[in-house]
Design a protein around this ligand. Structure first.
Ligand SMILES: CC(C)(COP(=O)(O)OP(=O)(O)OC[C@H]1O[C@@H](n2cnc3c(N)ncnc32)[C@H](O)[C@@H]1OP(=O)(O)O)[C@@H](O)C(=O)NCCC(=O)NCCS
Length: 170
């Protein structure tokens, strides 16, 4: 498996994973995915096995933003290519390759980027709906060095989120 920058040619495969994980009605469209890729290509990476995309991670740079709900995020407005912090917006891998190290490798790649660019840290929100084998998603990120900042009780209708942060100075 390798981690590499996504290209427009990967979008159809990324969209397939997005639909598999989020369902057709909640999945970002291919147009939306292409717009996010063009907004910040360095922050959009895929994991691939041979010519097959098996996972992806989307992120942006900003100077921090005090948000409480997913609906407050507007990537086109909030992305700043010179921003001091990375925000990981989305991470997923194809279901058939669960627990193969894909998610961890994509996050570690972003940690490497943040350190190389001297960013102050990385933030993300772990949703409450993606527990695995009874272990909350926040634990997955804690194992990668992230700490809980606070709970976001109104992250999505009917769902809480956990705001988490990786401090690159540590
Ligand atoms: C989160 C996600 C990307 C992890 O990917 P993965 O490739 O399966 O993870 P890894 O193989 O690197 O797993 C590392 C460890 O975390 C655990 N883990 C994996 N997914 C987990 C989850 N959703 N919740 C809690 N722990 C998880 C694994 O069991 C493994 O534990 P182990 O080392 O004790 O065996 C994957 O669960 C996923 O695609 N979820 C759906 C989309 C989603 O909710 N994304 C996050 C929101 S932005």
């Amino acid at each position: 498996m390798i981690i590499r920058p996504a290209t427009v040619d990967d979008i159809a495969a990324i969209h397939e994973i997005e639909v598999e994980i989020e369902g057709q009605s909640d999945a970002a469209s291919q147009e939306t995915l292409i717009a996010r890729l063009r907004l910040f290509p360095y922050g959009f990476n895929v994991a691939s096995e041979g010519d097959r995309v098996v996972g992806y991670l989307e992120s942006l740079r900003w100077d921090g933003f005090n948000f409480a709900q997913y609906g407050e995020l507007d990537f086109q407005k909030q992305h700043n290519p010179d921003g001091i912090e990375l925000y990981i917006h989305y991470l997923a891998r194809t279901r058939r390759m669960q627990s193969s190290g894909i998610g961890s490798s994509l996050v570690r790649n972003s940690i490497g980027y943040a350190q190389q660019e001297n960013l102050v840290g990385i933030t993300l929100v772990a949703g409450d709906w993606d527990a695995h084998a009874g272990i909350p998603l926040s634990t997955f990120y804690e194992h990668l060095g992230f700490s809980v900042v606070k709970e976001l009780p109104e992250w999505l209708p009917g769902h809480t989120g956990t705001l988490m942060r990786f401090d690159t100075s540590k």
